[in-house]
Design a protein around this ligand. Structure first.
Ligand SMILES: [Fe+2]
Ligand SMILES: [Fe+2]
Length: 188
């Protein structure tokens, strides 16, 4: 009788859209957590670590979309305007992320910048999920293969960003070994 295969499974076959939506959900949860920290006047250290995590998650996500997902979608759907708009929105998001990565929580406008970033991300995510993804579902794109490619790229980027020890607690990850304040700062 055949038994279940025990050989090592290849990289998880995750549908590209499911992977991106899971990222969106995770980032949304982090922003919600930040709102609570800000409301509770949590220590700056906690806010800083959380914001750094949000920024890194967003940077990884944006890079994978820009390098792999958007070009594949652009080639598959006849809507350059939609893709152009998404890329311009990424540029604005990256600008806000860069500003936040240079700041400390006690600085003027820090909370406001986190709030604007969260609202901007929400707007961008809504356009992706409500406009772009439905179009993607109607065309002939191998979403599991695309998802696998994106997953692998994301793992490689984590190493590049110095997040190879991604299992470590966020507080350990937020500070890099050479004393520099930020991780993943050179990207996206
Ligand atoms: Fe995006
Ligand atoms: Fe996205």
């Amino acid at each position: 009788m055949p038994t279940k295969s025990t050989k090592a499974s290849p990289a998880k076959a995750v549908d590209a859209l499911a992977m991106l939506m899971a990222d969106h959900k995770a980032v949304k949860a982090l922003f919600k957590e930040y709102e609570k920290l800000a409301k509770d006047n949590a220590p700056d250290e906690q806010k800083e670590v959380l914001v750094e995590n949000v920024c890194v998650e967003l940077a990884l996500h944006a890079k994978v979309e820009e390098e792999i997902f958007y070009p594949a979608v652009r080639a598959a759907i006849a809507d350059d305007d939609l893709l152009d708009e998404a890329e311009v929105e990424h540029a604005t998001l990256k600008d806000l992320i860069a500003q936040l990565q240079e700041m400390l929580p006690y600085e003027n406008l820090y909370d406001a910048k986190v709030k604007v970033l969260s609202e901007y991300v929400e707007h961008h995510v809504k356009e992706e999920e409500d406009e772009m993804f439905p179009k993607v579902r109607t065309v002939d794109l191998d979403l599991p293969a695309l998802g696998r490619q994106m997953h692998e790229r994301k793992e490689a980027l984590k190493v590049e960003f110095g997040l190879a020890d991604a299992g470590a607690p966020p507080s350990a990850r937020a500070k890099s070994a050479n004393g520099s304040k930020r991780v993943g700062k050179s990207s996206p």
